[in-house]
Design a binder for this molecule. Structure first.
Ligand SMILES: [Zn+2]
Length: 157
């Protein structure tokens, strides 16, 4: 690690401690040449999640893309950005807990639908309809009916 003052490459670590959130290690270093002190941070490199798509091709899991799709489903709905970010965080944690490295796009879709269902029913149905691309309209209608039935049942209670 080059000294920011004199560019010498040798330094010694004089203090090393995790940051408050525990995500990084903060190190105080002292340059062996000029004796000035500077700070470096060390972070864990996350192993990427690989998504296997329906056609068998693979791409790296993209949080922003998933968040974007969920945001669109929640357009004009009373769902905050923070709620969706938390939902995406839940999804990523579920994938990391369950899978070694590869996960199917179908499974990610299921996880996203489960999260949206907790947040907003309309957004859930919208997402589900786009996600399944209307290829299975019966399932879509069934789920829509179930949601409506649920609501009617609740109103009658
Ligand atoms: Zn130096």
């Amino acid at each position: 690690m080059k000294c920011p003052y004199c560019s010498a490459s040798d330094s010694k670590v004089i203090d090393s401690r995790p940051t408050e959130d525990g995500e990084k290690i903060r190190r105080r270093r002292e340059c062996l040449k000029c004796g000035r002190r500077f700070t470096t941070y060390e972070i864990v490199e996350r192993v990427p999640i690989i998504v296997v798509k329906k056609d068998g091709s693979r791409e790296e899991f993209d949080r922003q893309k998933l968040l974007g799709g969920m945001l669109r489903a929640c357009e004009k709905r009373p769902v905050s950005y923070q709620m969706l970010e938390a939902a995406v965080e839940n999804i990523e944690q579920a994938i990391r807990a369950e899978y070694e490295q590869e996960v199917t796009s179908i499974h990610i879709g299921e996880l996203a639908m489960a999260e949206l269902k907790k947040v907003d029913e309309v957004a859930y149905v919208r997402f589900a309809s786009v996600y399944r691309q209307f290829s299975d309209i019966n399932t879509f209608m069934e789920e829509l009916r179930e949601i409506l039935n649920d609501r009617t049942a609740r109103e009658q209670e």
